[in-house]
Write a protein that binds this ligand. Structure first.
Ligand code: PHE
Length: 338
């Protein structure tokens, strides 16, 4: 026992270190809660009575030696740091793991980029809307059957206050407060009273676009759609299927030709090769006049798409719920994409 303490005394006297971390490790190994000193003190009980005195004295000097050593080394290393003789200014910094953007933000930002390049600006509006901006101004008067196309969460009735079912409401606000030419893009969160499944969610995100000027025609819309699908998907074969929206006339659903090269292509296009990506149309003149724009002089087009849907296509994600669960293993995969 006594020999062991003596050995430690020699080790402590001889110890040298030139970094703060090494001194700290030394201090912990001796003076820490589970350190050597405490173990040796605990062993005092087992020392033979005749040796107790010498053991105790040696142990006390060991304790003192540790304290002295730590003190001198600490002052040396901290001096070193201050004068710059030991700290290495060229040592690489500790690597920090950088997070990644949410896939929905990546896709939204990419779409915004594409449209900003041709002069669209961004407009945002409230998620809690009134009946006028979400429905009536968009050519959906009360009792209009098309209101059922979008199951609505009402917050209050009479007057109706609701969670917006699309970001077309933002475009109504924009038209009310601006004069043509108008080129605006409205990204945002929308709400519909739908059961949550792999393909539908009651909260999702849209980007809608609006272009109003003199002599805007359907040909302009088609050209814009081509530019967009080429930029985002790298595919330039699209088709327009006649459709119906109360706020546009004529209206169309846009499909892109995705291809039928892989098994996945077959699955997601249901064997047709075509995928629906958005709705669009020429703004109904009623909507323009509702928003204070001269519908004789101006015309325009509008389009709208679900960001989740686009992201699911781009990243081949099979379940919309993934976007809302925030599982880090899922989110990490999008680092550096887009
Ligand atoms: N507002 C429509 C929707 O939410 C999308 C759309 C916008 C369609 C503009 C046509 C023109 O379903």
């Amino acid at each position: 026992m006594i020999d062991e303490v003596k050995k430690h005394l020699v080790t402590v006297e001889a110890f040298q270190a030139d970094t703060h971390e090494a001194v700290e490790a030394f201090r912990i190994s001796y003076a820490g809660k589970k350190g050597i000193l405490n173990a040796l003190f605990a062993a005092f009980r087992e020392v033979a009575p005749a040796e107790k005195k010498e053991y105790g004295q040696l142990l006390n000097s060991l304790k003192q030696a540790v304290a002295d050593k730590v003190k001198t080394l600490q002052s040396q290393t901290s001096q070193g740091t201050q004068t710059g003789t030991i700290a290495d200014p060229f040592r690489p910094a500790f690597p920090l793991e950088i997070g990644s953007r949410h896939p929905l933000s990546l896709v939204r930002n990419r779409i915004i980029d594409i449209f900003s390049q041709v002069g669209f600006s961004i407009s945002e509006g409230p998620e809690i809307e009134d009946d006028w901006h979400n429905f009536t101004a968009l050519n959906l008067p009360e009792y209009h059957p098309a209101r059922d196309m979008q199951d609505t969460f009402f917050i209050q009735t009479d007057p109706d206050i609701l969670l917006r079912t699309h970001t077309s409401s933002v475009q109504v606000r924009y038209m009310e407060n601006n004069t043509p030419p108008i080129r605006t893009l409205s990204p945002g969160r929308v709400f519909r009273n739908e059961a949550i499944s792999a393909r539908a969610h009651c909260i999702f995100h849209q980007i809608e676009g609006l272009y109003i000027d003199e002599k805007v025609s359907f040909a302009d819309l088609k050209q814009m759609l081509l530019y967009f699908t080429k930029s985002l998907f790298g595919k330039s074969k699209i088709r327009l299927r006649p459709s119906y929206f109360p706020f546009t006339e004529p209206s169309a659903e846009v499909d892109i030709y995705w291809g039928l090269e892989t098994e996945t292509d077959y699955r997601i296009t249901k064997g047709t090769g075509w995928l629906e990506i958005m709705g669009c149309g020429m703004v109904d003149p009623n909507v323009l006049s509702n928003c204070g724009i001269d519908s004789e002089k101006y015309s325009g087009y509008a389009f709208g798409m679900g960001i989740e849907r686009i992201a699911m296509l781009l990243y081949q994600i099979g379940d919309i719920r993934m976007f809302f669960e925030n599982d880090v293993r899922f989110l990490k995969q999008f680092k550096g994409s887009l």
